[in-house]
Design a protein around this ligand. Structure first.
Ligand SMILES: Cc1cc2nc3c(=O)[nH]c(=O)nc-3n(C[C@H](O)[C@H](O)[C@H](O)COP(=O)(O)OP(=O)(O)OC[C@H]3O[C@@H](n4cnc5c(N)ncnc54)[C@H](O)[C@@H]3O)c2cc1C
Length: 283
C-alpha cells in the first residue's frame, strides 16, 4: 500500500483521532473508492487505515435505534439480522460491485465518497439515517441529507472521522425495497436507483419513505410521491411521473442522458413499490 512511516493502523478510535489531527492523513477503509481514484500504484501517504478499530465495525441495536459501525462492510450488512425495513439496504449491499468489493467496501466509505451513484444512500435516506462524526474536540450526529452536501462533497471536517450510521427506532418499521437500473443486470454503476420503505396498517399506508439516486447531484427523498401514497391501500400507480420528476434533476453522462433518466425514474419507483413485500434477502 504505502511505506511504514506513512502508514498508520491504530487499534483505538482515540489513537486514530490523534493521528488524524497530527498528520492530516488520507483516511482509508476498504480502499475500493480510494484506489480507483489514485493514479499511482501505491496510495500516496500518510495513510490512516481505520479497519483495525473494533468499535467501528458491526451492527448493534441501541436503546433508540440501530448503529452500523463505519467500517461495517456490505457483506457484514448482508449477513446481519436486520428488520424488514432494512431490506432495501440489504438489496443495495448485494448490488455494490461484486462479492470481492462487498467484502472490502464499507458503509462509511460509500457515504464519504459521496458519489451521486452511491447505492447505499437511497435506502439509508428511507431509513432516516444519521451520520455519527467524531473529532478530538467532540462528536456530533447529523442527518444523512445534511451530511452529503453535493457530488463528492460532505460536511465531514478535516479532523473528524465518521464513526457510524444511526437509524432511529421509528424508522425501523415497515418493509423496505431497492431496485437499481444499469446498462446490464449486475456489476454496473447505477443509471438510476430507487428505494422505498412503506408501513401498512389495516391495509392502509401509514408511512411512505421513497428515495432516488443517480438522478441529480445527490440522492433525494421524493416527498410529493410519499404524500400521494399515505392514507390509501398501497397502489404504485399513485406515484405518477410528475411527482417523481419534481424531486430530481438528472444530467447527461456516459451512462445515460437526462431524458432517459427522467423517463426511467418514475417507472423504477413504481416497480420498487410493487416489489415492496417481505422477502428474505440472501447473503
Ligand atoms: C469494481 C468496483 C465496483 C464498484 N461498484 C459499486 C456499486 O455498484 N455501487 C456503489 O455504490 N459503489 C460501488 N463501488 C464503490 C465502492 O466500492 C463503495 O463506495 C464502497 O462502499 C466504498 O467503501 P470503502 O471502504 O472501500 O471506501 P474507501 O475507498 O476506503 O474510502 C472512500 C472515501 O471515504 C473516506 N472514508 C472512508 N471511511 C471513512 C470514515 N469512517 N471517516 C471518514 N472518511 C472515511 C476515504 O478517505 C475516502 O475519501 C465500486 C468500486 C469498485 C472498485
Amino acid at each position: 500500500m504505502t511505506d511504514r512511516e506513512t502508514y498508520f493502523r491504530p487499534r483505538s478510535l482515540d489513537e486514530a483521532l490523534d493521528i488524524l489531527a497530527q498528520t492530516s492523513p488520507r483516511v482509508a477503509a476498504g480502499c475500493t473508492d480510494l484506489f480507483p481514484a489514485t493514479e499511482h500504484k501505491v496510495l500516496p501517504g500518510p495513510i490512516l487505515d481505520i479497519t483495525a478499530i473494533p468499535d467501528l465495525k458491526g451492527v448493534r441495536p441501541t436503546d433508540d435505534g440501530l448503529l452500523i459501525g463505519a467500517t461495517t462492510t456490505w457483506t457484514d450488512i448482508l449477513k446481519a439480522d436486520l428488520p424488514p425495513s432494512c431490506d432495501g439496504l440489504k438489496l443495495a449491499a448485494r448490488e455494490v460491485g461484486a462479492k470481492q468489493i462487498q467484502n472490502r467496501g464499507t458503509i462509511a466509505g460509500n457515504l464519504c465518497n459521496a458519489s451521486p451513484a452511491a447505492d447505499g444512500v437511497p435506502p439509508l435516506l428511507t431509513l432516516n439515517a444519521e451520520v455519527r462524526l467524531q473529532g478530538r474536540s467532540g462528536s456530533r450526529q447529523i442527518r444523512l441529507d445534511e451530511f452529503i452536501t453535493g457530488p463528492r462533497q460532505t460536511a465531514l471536517q478535516p479532523e473528524e472521522l465518521v464513526t457510524g450510521v444511526f437509524i432511529p427506532g421509528a424508522a425501523l418499521t415497515g418493509q423496505g425495497h431497492f431496485l437499481k437500473l444499469g446498462a446490464r443486470r449486475y456489476l454496473v454503476i447505477s443509471i438510476a436507483m430507487t428505494a422505498a420503505r412503506v408501513r401498512i396498517e389495516d391495509g392502509i399506508v401509514t408511512e411512505a419513505a421513497l428515495a432516488i439516486g443517480a438522478c441529480g447531484p445527490v440522492a433525494t427523498r421524493v416527498p410529493a410521491a410519499e404524500a400521494a401514497l399515505v392514507g390509501a391501500p398501497l397502489d404504485p400507480a399513485r406515484v405518477t411521473d410528475d411527482l417523481v420528476d419534481e424531486a430530481i434533476s438528472p444530467i447527461d453522462d456516459v451512462r445515460a442522458d437526462a431524458a432517459y433518466r427522467t423517463q426511467a425514474a418514475g417507472e423504477l419507483m413504481r416497480r420498487t413499490l410493487a416489489a415492496t413485500t417481505p422477502a428474505k434477502v440472501a447473503a
